[in-house]
Write a protein that binds this ligand. Structure first.
Ligand SMILES: [Zn+2]
Length: 160
């Protein structure tokens, strides 16, 4: 049994964001994690999601992005979370933003457009940089970057 159940997710969102939220087709695979968070990119709307399990229950954030912006990328871009380098021109990364409740502040970061960072930890192509890190080390680094982002978001959300 996973600690993440779909029924618990929609109540974390309100209004328009709740309407846009859909159970991803890969939900069952997504929740097979030892970590206290999950993240995914919606298959149908321009949204990403971060869900974190904390001592005080589940927290959820909507990640928005401008799909047009990424196609303007001519240079290679590196994901802030998994450090994978995507070639220029392709929509390899998106600049994801999370807004606070009254939309007066936001946190932004560059990440793999599909948010499937975990899949890239096992890649050994040139795009993964000439790193000597093992897959396990890359996964550990990814989790550290995501947890860092989640800490930032939690601090920021309570300031709203
Ligand atoms: Zn990534």
């Amino acid at each position: 049994m996973s600690k993440f159940n779909w029924d618990d997710i929609p109540p974390l969102f309100k209004g328009k964001e709740k309407k846009l939220l859909k159970r991803p087709s890969f939900w069952d695979t997504l929740v097979q994690t030892d970590q206290d968070y999950i993240m995914w990119r919606s298959e149908s709307v321009y949204r990403g999601y971060f869900i974190q399990m904390t001592d005080n229950g589940l927290l959820g954030w909507t990640l928005t992005f401008d799909p047009k912006q990424s196609t303007k990328n001519r240079k290679a871009t590196m994901c802030d979370l998994c450090k994978f380098v995507h070639g220029g021109g392709s929509p390899g990364t998106h600049f994801f933003s999370v807004h606070n409740r009254d939309r007066t502040r936001s946190v932004s970061f560059l990440a793999c457009a599909d948010l499937k960072c975990i899949d890239r930890c096992g890649e050994t192509s040139v795009n993964s940089m000439r790193e000597t890190l093992s897959r396990e080390q890359k996964i550990a680094r990814l989790h550290a970057s995501v947890c860092d982002k989640l800490d930032q978001l939690r601090a920021f959300s309570t300031q709203a």
